[in-house]
Design a protein around this ligand. Structure first.
Ligand SMILES: CC(C)(COP(=O)(O)OP(=O)(O)OC[C@H]1O[C@@H](n2cnc3c(N)ncnc32)[C@H](O)[C@@H]1OP(=O)(O)O)[C@@H](O)C(=O)NCCC(=O)NCCS
Length: 296
């Protein structure tokens, strides 16, 4: 127990402090756990900080009871941001300042955020490789599914001809919510608005399948969901095709249930690595599905 510690609901005025704190804590874990042949972890850029703040501001509006900070002597030293979508509880961010870790702060924050999901059937979030975090999650009853990622330069000669993939828009939210329910068991609802603000959307519809993918500026898919592996693969290929020749693309958060994604990455001549875990409760790893790191 840490004397003087207050755990209270997070407010909009805490956003900048929480962004700084999560950026610091995540970079510190990456420095401790990254593999020697990976590039050195870099601090979160101001653009990514701003994106984190926008996503978290959205959670503060939709899930005020799921967002908590820990304050010690007037300083924000930890936060847990969670949201409930249909009957799924999602942990989007969880961090304690490196100099205060290991003193029980994280345990209290996680308990408060978990309380927000007490009526949920399912739970889902992506965990870092931090052994302290992983211990907390398993003790809270989550199953741990190791995540792979693929990264490298796309072999342009390997790009297949992809048909029926089109640009998406807010008009596709119903379609996407339906694919979400079929793949991960709960729709993203208003989180699609937050994703649409930050990423390019690709949609694929055929007579027998539907799917979508959000794609970062460099051509890296950040979320892909479809009702068939073929459609999911087409969406990832289309994203890869949009990368600039010679630039690096990555496909993160691939679980063992999604071998199709590994096959696409390997066919594009990317290399495969492992990092972190998908933590689940009341469900199996979604497929065909590659989750977003914080909106899942
Ligand atoms: C994960 C995190 C939020 C936990 O907060 P915290 O205040 O340090 O957590 P607590 O002190 O309440 O609990 C830490 C637990 O991990 C254990 N632990 C600490 N180091 C460990 C290690 N190397 N291996 C295994 N367990 C470890 C502690 O013993 C404690 O467990 P116990 O209470 O059962 O003894 C914090 O460590 C953090 O910010 N990590 C970096 C960011 C991160 O990875 N966040 C998670 C993203 S998904």
């Amino acid at each position: 127990m840490t004397t003087g510690l207050v755990v209270r609901p997070a407010r909009e005025a805490d956003l900048a402090a929480m962004a700084e704190l999560t950026g610091l804590a995540y970079t510190e874990v990456d420095r401790r756990t990254f593999q020697r042949d990976w590039p050195d972890p870099q601090p979160r850029t101001p653009e990514r900080d701003a994106a984190w703040e926008r996503r978290t501001a959205h959670a503060l509006r939709t899930d005020p009871e799921g967002c908590w900070v820990a304050e010690l002597d007037g300083r924000v030293v930890g936060c847990a941001i969670s949201r409930v979508r249909e009957l799924m509880w999602i942990l989007s961010s969880f961090a304690v300042a490196p100099d205060v870790q290991g003193r029980g702060v994280g345990t209290q924050l996680l308990a408060a955020a978990l309380h927000h999901g007490r009526g949920c059937l399912r739970g889902m979030f992506a965990a870092s490789a931090d052994p302290a975090a992983v211990r907390r999650y398993r003790l809270a009853g989550f199953t741990l599914h190791p995540q792979m990622f693929l990264t490298g330069t796309v072999d342009r000669d390997a790009l297949p001809v992809v048909e029926r993939v089109r640009e998406g828009s807010a008009g596709d939210i119903d379609l996407m919510n339906s694919v979400d329910r079929q793949t991960r068991g709960a729709a993203h609802l208003s989180d699609h608005e937050a994703l649409l603000e930050q990423f390019r959307l690709l949609v694929c519809e055929t007579s027998s399948s539907q799917g979508y993918a959000y794609v970062g500026a460099g051509g890296s898919p950040v979320l892909a969901a479809a009702t068939t592996r073929r459609t999911a693969s087409d969406l990832v290929w289309e994203a890869f095709a949009s990368s600039s020749p010679g630039s690096t693309v990555s496909l993160h958060h691939v679980t063992a249930a999604n071998q199709w994604a590994i096959d696409v990455g390997l066919a594009a001549r990317l290399s495969v690595h492992t990092s972190g875990y998908l933590c689940l409760r009341g469900m199996k790893p979604p497929a065909p599905y590659v989750h977003h790191g914080s909106l899942l």
